[in-house]
Design a protein around this ligand. Structure first.
Ligand code: PLP
Length: 392
């Protein structure tokens, strides 16, 4: 089915296609100089020391948790606790589970849809060693407060920024708050390299761990001098020398070549997204039938989430079918409450304060529609008209 108002459309033009052709002509497809150039540019854009590109945002989260678990002096161990919000993508949580961490689930703030920081004190125990902050659909969560809390309690801070590249909080880009910050470049995200992801960090040891873990756990991508290994005398061993239980989650040169072009267009694309956001806010902000995300800082507006007021005498299904009938594509917000997804049965977890009523609201009464870096005035106006009639 083709939609009048789809969730996402391609943001590529001839430049990305030419960049792909250039890689094809070069005959160098596997990770090499183009990936390094994209990493450098990406780190510079954020003013961070190190960037490691991988093949998805999920892989970025996997490498981040693995790096924390292999850190020499502050290693996360199986059984350690991590504080996480109840609203996020499945692969924020999967690596934490796979590395044996125990979850301390905290409800979200209904205004910005990120972790409710008023519950942090209750979430902390002597076993807590890490925290994850997730900025939902382009809107920064309380990253500054989470950073301060992590500093006070010596916690690793994983900033999952996969939905919120190019957002800002207090004049700082999101993706600059975590000990490791992760990004996704999947189709429909703020930039798209088809599949792709990135880690940013400032700590040299985390950087070298990430480089080794990304590619087989080997030493080949590490410089002569490293905090995580000492080079043997002969190069013969160094070609295939394995020091960590690693993966192969490398990107290709094609992904990076596209990424370089997309990064050049980012500020124009964010401006266009934010312009659509202004229109969306002007229509919905004062309408008490709908709750929309309140910007915390400057959103990079991935999509537009809406939560139907409890007072409305209409089921969400009826509203969604009106959207469907009018060609407006929609989805559940970031998978809804993770506590209510079947995967929860695998997790060793505890729910702080016993429940997550705000995330339940998102789960039961929420949905989102798309934002894209082009003028969506007719689409957003139609959205308002359709909802206005359906929710009369
Ligand atoms: C918060 C969050 N983390 C991680 C991911 C995983 O990214 P990817 O789809 O690139 O694996 C997503 C995907 O959209 C996400 O929304």
């Amino acid at each position: 089915m083709s939609f009048f108002y789809p969730i996402a459309l391609s943001t590529w033009d001839g430049e990305e296609i030419d960049a792909i052709q250039e890689v094809i002509r070069s005959d160098q497809f596997t990770m090499a100089g183009t990936v390094s150039r994209f990493e450098e540019k990406f780190a510079d854009y954020h003013g961070r020391k190190f960037a490691v590109m991988v093949n998805s945002g999920s892989s970025a989260n996997l490498i981040a948790i693995a790096a924390f678990c292999h850190h020499g002096s502050r290693k996360l161990n199986r059984g350690d606790e991590i504080i996480v919000p109840t609203l996020s993508w499945s692969t924020t949580y999967s690596p934490m589970h796979q590395y044996g961490l125990k979850f301390r689930f905290v409800d979200i703030d209904l205004l910005n849809l990120g972790l409710d920081t008023s519950q942090l004190a209750a979430a902390l125990t002597p076993e807590t060693r890490a925290i994850a902050g997730v900025s939902i659909l382009g809107n920064p969560c309380a990253l500054d407060e989470i950073r301060a809390f992590s500093n006070s309690h010596n916690l690793w801070f994983l900033e999952d920024n996969c939905e919120s590249f190019d957002a800002e909080l207090g004049g700082r880009k999101t993706g600059t708050f975590g000990d490791i910050s992760t990004f996704s470049f999947f189709f429909s995200h703020q930039i798209s390299t088809t599949e792709g992801g990135m880690l940013l960090m400032d700590d040299l040891e985390l950087y070298h761990l990430s480089l080794a873990l990304r590619a087989h756990g080997w030493t080949r991508d590490l410089p002569q001098s490293s905090p995580i290994f000492r080079r043997k005398e002969t190069d013969f061993f160094e070609q295939y020398r394995f020091i960590l239980p690693g993966y192969n989650v490398r990107p290709t040169e094609i992904n990076a070549a596209i990424g370089l072009k997309q990064l050049d267009k980012l500020s124009t694309m964010t401006t266009a997204r934010r312009k659509n956001l202004s229109l969306f806010e002007s229509l919905f902000e004062e309408d008490s039938r709908f709750k929309i995300q309140k910007e915390n800082g400057k959103s990079s507006s991935f999509c537009f989430p809406l939560i139907l007021s409890d007072e409305l005498n209409i089921s969400r299904d009826e509203v969604l079918s009106a959207l469907h009938d009018n060609g407006i594509e929609h989805r559940i917000i970031t998978g809804g409450n993770i506590l209510r997804n079947d995967v929860i049965s695998f997790y060793d977890h505890f729910v702080v304060n016993g429940s997550a009523p705000n995330t339940d609201k998102v789960h039961d009464r929420g949905f989102f529609v798309g934002n894209q870096p082009r003028d969506l005035t007719p689409q957003i106006e139609k959205l308002y008209k359709v909802l206005n009639i359906a929710c009369r």
